[in-house]
Design a protein around this ligand. Structure first.
Ligand code: 4NP
Length: 171
């Protein structure tokens, strides 16, 4: 049985959230294979629905051993807030947009991804779309830090079957 379902969200589901999904899938399989996780990603906007991730995201992830090529963009829906225990957004714009879609009873499921990296000075994963490869490298570094923090949090969570309790310790 899947104990925790996690949805990574950015604006386009084209650069940051597919990277987060791929990195988290890969780290979870390597570091915590016993955890039963549901993992997906979505965008607050529909510009890239059906598209594979940005070529620059694919390139940076491939160089670090993570294959994103099978992922396809989709848009966040209200039903996602019932289907996923944690909705982890990249920046405050995503937070605002996600909260606009969230049923009122499910707003507490939405968190900034970098809440899982309390000692990281950046609180948001910056949008790399109009940048260059170094911006995509920074995205990878940040989501990797967050994936490690999130995994530690999940491994330490008392009884992972306590689904809705899987909220970050630091906000
Ligand atoms: P993402 O980046 O939110 O990390 O997927 C973007 C992708 C596409 C666009 C903007 C940001 N766009 O304007 O099409």
């Amino acid at each position: 049985m899947v104990a925790v379902r996690i949805l990574f969200v950015c604006m386009g589901n084209f650069c940051r959230s597919p990277t987060a999904e791929g990195v988290f899938r890969s780290l979870a399989a390597a570091l915590a294979p016993g955890l039963e996780l549901g993992i997906d990603s979505a965008g607050t906007h529909g510009y890239h629905v059906g598209d594979a991730p940005d070529a620059r995201s694919l390139k940076v992830a491939r160089a670090r051993g993570v294959d994103l090529s099978g992922l396809r963009a989709r848009q966040l829906t209200a039903a996602d807030f019932d289907a996923f225990n944690l909705i982890l957004v990249m920046d405050r714009d995503n937070l605002e947009d996600a909260l606009r879609v969230a049923p009122p009873m499910r707003r507490d499921r939405v968190h900034l991804l970098l809440d899982f990296v309390p000692d990281q000075p950046l609180r948001e994963v910056p949008d790399p779309y109009y940048g260059g490869l170094p911006d995509f490298e920074l995205v990878f570094d940040l989501v990797e830090q967050a994936a490690r923090g999130l995994l530690e949090h999940l491994v330490a969570a008392p009884g992972l079957s306590a689904k809705a309790d899987a909220t970050p310790a630091h906000r």
